[in-house]
Design a protein around this ligand. Structure first.
Ligand code: CA
Ligand code: CA
Ligand code: FE2
Length: 568
């Protein structure tokens, strides 16, 4: 007794040392970041697939079978097995049998690995079919070895043999002696069509006793319904169909769905994966070239003239769908959130559909009020590829070309104020306090007291307040610049901000409040009225936490305006 414990302990140590060594060899020694797991010790690790019943109904299910075959090719197992019922059968006409097998083989032969067949009741439905199998396909029962494992194919239709009593006896003797000879195989895999352990317990008993002491797993088909059990620590699995007739139900727990099976053999373990066709894809499913073509298939253009104060401006949005791919493309567009007092949108909804090679466009007309841009409508776009939704996108109205915005790049910087009362608040509460710091007039902290001293440079138009104010959080500051216009005019102002800002022109608030969480980092636009001569522009900007910056510019394509950071 003591001796045994000692031996077990010694073996355990050996295993441990072995594991530690193999991992250390390159993961630990190389300091390679990894999940610490042991590599397989089995250099003969392999996989095989199992294809389920194709027949017994299911004449219309070739697409399911074909998809399974494509996926098995991608998973690339060493070989595949079947569990019978390849053809509809139940015929005594050899020509008909040949035709059926030809059809099956046309679909199966897409596979690039060997496939080993086990007969089912549809393959051997009578003695003529039994003989046909022997002549055209080979043995009705067989065994073979692969990488230390033993595979056994059982014919559950042996009663169709010409001398059936003799055949069954021979077949039973073969199985018992074959299994006895291979008892010590790493793993014995047994395949049959009808689950004998449920249907022919007498026959199964002989095989079962032969299997005693072996490491084995049993697979069958026929029921078109997945159902697995463990008997005496061995897995017995009835596989569902791969294309045979069945009523498919979404809950996999009741096993009524099409699948194939992938078995990974690693040492004594066999990991069984049930795969529903439809989700294994080649990497080429999503080529970069297609991405590019899809991206360039949609183009849009806003022509939104700057409004004249108190009058309606008229602009338009043109959406072009240029289909240069093989599949149809469709765009569903609708404009929502229209405040009818301020906006007129015609039409508010439209659909563009293009076949391969077609190009179409839609035009949406907008009338909008100059003074009241506080509620902008939203353009919602749904883009469909071959009838499938590719993406949903909310397109903001672009009042000017963001690429040609003239950005102000020098600002006179004011002093910084801490937002009071944010200590001990949750971040949501602190956020509300900061937003409340943006009433429609200048804040209480503003007056002659703001001293605009140092000039800061906005790199590529972006003024980094976090850098200037030494990473302040929950802070407010004012930045000032001057704009010269030769005449009274209204132009589009554009601003991008982290986290919140509003704009004052000549001391009056002339924009709504802009928030990063609303703009998603894109430019927001507002009509900005300038008088002839120099105009003072002040940006009131606050930070919650993290980065703090704004980018401010004007739609001034002809560079008529002049900018300065100093009062002139
Ligand atoms: Ca900050
Ligand atoms: Ca921030
Ligand atoms: Fe069957």
């Amino acid at each position: 007794m003591y001796k045994r414990i000692f031996v077990t302990f010694f073996v355990a140590i050996l295993v441990f040392v072995n594991i530690a060594f193999s991992e250390e060899s390159f993961l630990e020694k190389g300091n390679i970041p990894s999940l610490k797991r042991v590599f397989s010790a089995d250099s003969d690790k392999f996989t095989f697939a199992i294809i389920g019943d194709k027949t017994g109904g299911g004449e219309q299910n070739w697409p399911i079978f074909d998809r399974a075959v494509e996926e098995i090719n991608l998973l690339d197992p060493d070989f595949a097995m079947t569990v019978g019922d390849h053809i509809q059968g139940y015929s005594s006409d050899v020509n008909a049998m040949e035709k059926m097998w030809k059809e099956y083989m046309e679909h199966l032969s897409v596979l690039k690995m060997p496939v080993i067949f086990v007969p089912g009741n549809h393959d051997i439905s009578n003695t003529i079919m039994y003989k046909f199998w022997q002549e055209k396909l080979g043995k009705t029962h067989f065994s073979f070895d692969y990488k230390g494992c033993h595979f056994v194919g059982i014919n559950t239709e042996e009663h169709q043999a010409p001398e059936s009593a003799t055949a069954i006896k021979e077949f039973s003797d073969f199985l018992v002696s074959d299994i006895n000879k291979n008892k010590s195989a790493k793993h014995i895999f047994i395949f049959m069509h009808r689950p004998l352990w449920l249907e022919d317990k007498g026959m199964w008993k002989n095989i079962d006793s032969a299997l005693e002491g072996s490491n084995y797993t049993v697979f069958a088909g026929h029921y078109h319904n997945l159902s697995s059990s463990i008997i005496n620590n061995h897995k017995y699995i009835v596989l569902s169909a791969t294309g045979a007739g069945l009523d498919e139900f979404p809950a996999p727990e009741i096993g009524s769905f099409h699948h194939y099976t992938v078995v990974t053999v690693d040492g004594k373990n066999a990991t069984i994966a049930i795969v529903r066709p439809g989700n294994i894809m080649p990497e080429t499913i999503s080529p970069t070239e297609l991405h590019k073509k899809l991206e360039s298939s949609v183009s849009m253009k806003f022509e939104m003239p700057v409004p004249i104060v108190k009058e309606m401006a008229t602009g338009k949005f043109t959406l072009i769908l240029n289909n240069e791919i093989a599949k149809p493309l469709k765009i569903k567009l609708n404009v929502s959130g229209i405040n009818e007092n301020l906006w007129k949108v015609t039409p508010p909804e439209t659909i563009l559909e293009t076949a391969s090679g077609e190009k179409k466009q839609a035009v949406i007309e907008f009338s909008y009020n100059a003074d009241s841009l506080s509620a902008l409508p939203k353009i919602n776009i749904e883009f469909y590829y071959d009838g499938k939704l590719l993406y949903k996108q909310e397109q903001k109205i672009e009042f000017a070309d963001t690429n040609s915005i003239r950005k102000i790049d020098k600002w006179a910087m004011g002093v910084v104020f801490d937002v009071p009362d944010v200590k001990d608040k949750t971040s949501a509460e602190a956020e509300t306090i900061v937003y409340n710091y943006f009433p429609t007039k200048l804040g209480p902290e503003v007056g002659s007291k703001i001293y605009f001293g140092t000039t800061a440079e906005a790199k590529n138009g972006m003024l980094d307040l976090d850098a200037f104010y030494e990473k302040a959080d929950y802070a407010v500051a004012y930045s000032q610049a001057y704009i010269y216009s030769s005449a009274d005019t209204t132009v589009w102002g554009a601003i991008k901000v982290d986290d919140v800002a509003s704009v004052f022109v000549n001391g009056n608030q002339s924009s709504r409040v802009f928030k990063l969480k609303d703009s998603g980092g894109q430019f927001d636009f507002f009509p900005m009225s300038l008088k002839a001569g120099w105009n003072q522009v002040m940006v009131k900007c606050a930070d919650l936490t993290g980065g703090w910056n704004f980018t401010f510019g004007l739609d001034d394509p002809q560079s008529k305006l002049k900018f300065s950071d100093k009062s002139q």
